[in-house]
Design a binder for this molecule. Structure first.
Ligand code: AMP
Length: 419
């Protein structure tokens, strides 16, 4: 006996989305795309890999994503490439490269697709995961900050995601952050010995990142650190006040979380997250914020931006869903001539957008009927030699057991009516 060949397994932290799960993905994607469209967003699609430099510069040299989590490799031409760990730098690049900023602003784009991060896989955290992402460019008004939070909240409402909580904050601009970072660094320095090794390094690079640390001790210590909200300049404070005011106008409940700095370096002013207590340790369904400097830092025009990304896997785990009833026709053919007729009938019904399955194997009528039942067919169309001669076929409705004879034309209209 031959030995069984060694199987090749999927890469750790990646998931197959199986046919029985795809219906839910499609539903969520369709609901989201429909909502994004009525808020004025258009879809944009960019490559899965980019120059590594794009993320180093965009996502930021001090972010965990760039330091630890990127899938970076050299291609055969020796270029350093990275599988995108997030979407914003790619959209900004695409806007500059395609001069989309010449179109009337604000520009509103959405995107749905896979992201890649070499993170420690666990429930809700994968190495290939999917995000739905929206971005707005060229609108400084805090009304747009509130509009996107309202849209995110509406999306979750439509998908019946209960138990969600909105957290908001302002991380200020480069101006007000300078003073704050000085104070924060001093405070962190005084707690140096108690912090984890990673956080000790962050004191020198970007002490703001200490707030992202997952180590309990560091989290505890950082609650005693100064908070950015006390250091905001007049403009940033005013922006945050107005943003919160608009959320009140929309009747949206939120909580100001002064330590919500999010794990990415480019944020300015508004940051926010929507979390769910039903998610466990990885509780953020979506997160985002403003990034007013990225476009000009990339050598493009001085156009501000704001956006958010929804984690699809986490979102889907919270969305109730039941598969729609199957409504397909199983065509049973008895004999060679009947089979040819069955093939033609199937083609014609499919042209009318009626789902059909045809049995190609030679099986008895009884056997085929029980197969139709097992597969969950709503209808069975029986094509035998006699039927072919008459030009009339037996159509059986499985739920009621009713069976009647129809012409091909009649079958089409009965099935169309029922679909
Ligand atoms: P971020 O791009 O880090 O701001 O994350 C936005 C959202 O993407 C989070 O709120 C999560 O829902 C989701 N997300 C981030 N990283 C992962 C991951 N490794 N696996 C699954 N979902 C993730």
């Amino acid at each position: 006996m031959s030995k069984r060949k060694k199987q090749i397994a999927a890469i750790k932290g990646t998931n197959d989305i199986l046919p029985q799960e795809v219906g839910k993905w499609q539903k969520v994607e369709a609901v989201a795309a429909g909502i994004f469209r009525v808020y004025g967003y258009r879809e944009i699609r960019s490559p899965v890999f980019e120059a590594t430099e794009l993320f180093e510069k965009g996502t930021g040299q001090t972010s965990d994503i760039v330091i630890k989590e990127m899938y970076t490799f050299k291609d055969k031409g020796g270029r350093s490439l990275t599988l995108r760990p997030e979407y914003t730098p790619s959209v900004v690049r695409a806007i500059i490269e395609n001069r989309l900023y010449l179109q009337s602003q604000p520009l509103r784009f959405y995107f749905i697709g896979p992201m890649f991060r070499y993170d420690k896989p666990q429930k809700g955290r994968y190495r290939q995961f999917h995000q739905m992402d929206i971005e707005v460019f060229g609108e400084e008004d805090p009304a747009v900050d509130a509009e996107i939070v309202e849209m995110a909240d509406y999306l979750l409402e439509r998908l019946k995601v209960s138990g969600r909580k909105i957290l908001v904050n302002s991380v200020g601009c480069r101006g007000c952050r300078t003073d704050y970072l000085k104070e924060l660094r001093e405070k962190a320095e005084s707690a140096h010995r108690e912090l984890c090794e990673d956080c000790q390094r962050k004191i020198g690079t970007n002490p703001l990142r200490i707030f992202d640390c997952k180590v309990e001790k560091c989290r505890e210590i950082s609650t005693g650190f100064p908070s950015i909200t006390d250091y905001l300049c007049t403009e940033c404070r005013d922006h945050f006040r107005k943003f919160c005011g608009y959320l009140d106008l929309y009747n949206i409940a939120y909580k100001t979380e002064p330590r919500l700095v999010r794990g990415i370096d480019y944020y300015t002013k508004t940051t926010f997250e929507i979390i769910s207590s039903k998610l466990g340790a990885q509780d953020a369904i979506l997160g985002g914020g403003r990034y007013d400097d990225m476009m000009k830092d990339f050598g493009g025009p001085d156009i501000c931006g704001i956006g958010f990304a929804v984690g699809m896997e986490r979102l889907l785990s919270l969305v109730p869903f039941s598969e729609p009833e199957k409504n397909f026709v199983y065509i049973v053919c008895m004999g060679e001539e009947a089979r040819t007729m069955g093939m033609e009938l199937a083609r014609d019904l499919r042209r009318e957008r009626i789902e059909c399955l045809l049995e190609y194997k030679k099986r008895s009528l009884k056997n085929q009927m029980s197969r139709a039942d097992k597969l969950g067919a709503a209808w069975v169309l029986i094509v035998g030699e006699d039927e072919v001669k008459k030009g009339k076929y037996q159509l059986k409705q499985m739920a009621t057991g009713q069976q009647k004879e129809f012409t091909a034309e009649e079958i089409r209209s009965v099935l169309k009516e029922s679909s």
